[in-house]
Design a protein around this ligand. Structure first.
Ligand SMILES: [Zn+2]
Length: 373
């Protein structure tokens, strides 16, 4: 026992503390009872789902005052423009899935208004969620990329945003970080695109000359055709200027790489145990990548789930072109992941973005993997 505790003779958390501290609904979960889902929905703290001691109006005021008092700034964004060591910590995280080697590489972060995370939520609900996550109204959305080696093939899963967009100067680190991991662009045999938003394809713009001539780019037929056509983004709720930028970047990408595309209809095995499968939702041809080898499994989830999507899977992300379908896809994947316990790597969850999906009573929960470093 801590000697201070004995001396003071009082609990660590006093009654006053309980009023001041954030409440995370931290009761130990009892036996899972998903049957209650129908009564309560799949809403977690911050989704307007009131619990016994959750985020009530008065409680929220207190929470916000705590945040102002502490006012910490944990700036974990890389600053490539500043002098200093090239890389203090390598932004790569290695995983093993049976016979398959997998690596998560951070492309950096993109500063985007947090309101885009939940365009169908009341501002107070999103505010409560952000408050509970210690996040401000604008923060760097993590942007992660996968590399997979199987059967002699080296497969890049998405390509980050690239270095051509100064408004996203915190991202575009992929090529440099791949090289630091001993993976030059020329070593890639395949690229898999979960979809063709600029933060997933931009890293390949202007580098075709550095890639192997026989490199194959796998993307769903629906996705390639969507961006080759009018690319109707009317159902999404993006910041001004973004829809035009997305269309322009996708068109440039198709111009540069149309000869290397390997479109697939529903699913395609890119390398042994590396299966890309179309889900739709976030974009019409959005896909996830499923790894399976030696009884192990792992899913690269693309943009099927964003950080609030575990607590609040019914929230629409502003980039979701088919919001209701995205929710359906998301809940289906989360239920599968919670049932199987297999690891998930979503693109926009904080690096290393590897974790599992759990269920606490009637809500999903993101459980980050322990980082073996
Ligand atoms: Zn994305």
């Amino acid at each position: 026992m801590n000697p201070d505790y004995e001396r003071l003779g009082e609990p660590w958390v006093t009654r006053d503390d309980i009023k001041r501290f954030r409440q995370f609904d931290s009761k130990c979960p009892g036996p899972l009872d998903l049957g209650h889902r129908d009564h309560h929905g799949t809403r977690g703290p911050g989704c307007g789902h009131q619990r016994g001691h959750g985020y009530g109006g008065q409680q929220k005021e207190t929470n916000m005052s705590v945040q102002r008092e502490t006012n910490m700034s944990l700036d974990t964004t890389s600053h490539p423009d500043r002098p200093g060591p090239a890389e203090l910590i390598r932004s790569g995280y290695a995983l093993r899935v049976g016979e398959i080697d997998a690596l998560v590489v951070s492309d950096g972060t993109m500063s985007i208004p947090a309101a885009t995370l939940a365009v169908n939520a009341a501002p107070a609900e999103l505010g409560a969620w952000l408050d509970g996550m210690f996040l401000p109204a604008r923060f760097g959305w993590p942007l992660n990329v996968g590399v997979v080696r199987s059967g002699g093939r080296t497969v890049l899963i998405d390509a980050g945003i690239g270095a051509e967009f100064p408004e996203f100067a915190g991202a575009g680190q992929l090529t440099r970080r791949l090289e630091a991991a001993g993976l030059g662009l020329e070593s890639l045999t395949d690229v898999v695109l979960t979809h063709m938003h600029m933060d997933h394809i931009g890293g390949l713009l202007g580098v075709s000359g550095r890639l192997r001539p026989d490199l194959r780019i796998h993307v769903s037929t629906v996705e390639a055709e969507f961006w080759a056509g009018k690319a109707d983004l009317s159902r999404a709720t993006m910041p001004p200027g973004v829809p035009d930028a997305l269309r322009a970047v996708a068109k440039r990408f198709l111009d540069e790489y149309h000869g290397r595309l390997q479109p697939f209809e529903k699913e395609h095995e890119v390398a042994p145990g590396v299966l890309i499968r179309r889900t739709g939702g976030h974009t019409p041809g959005h896909s996830v990548v499923r790894l399976e080898s030696g009884g192990d499994r792992l899913m690269f989830g693309g943009d099927s789930v964003f950080p609030p999507g575990f607590d609040c899977p019914h929230w629409h992300n502003g980039f979701d072109q088919e919001p209701e379908e995205t929710v359906r896809v998301r809940v289906g994947l989360l239920r599968e992941l919670a049932a199987t316990g297999q690891p998930l790597v979503p693109t926009h969850v904080s690096f290393p973005a590897a974790g599992r999906v759990a269920v606490t009573r009637d809500v999903f929960r993101w459980v980050p993997a322990y980082w073996n470093h």
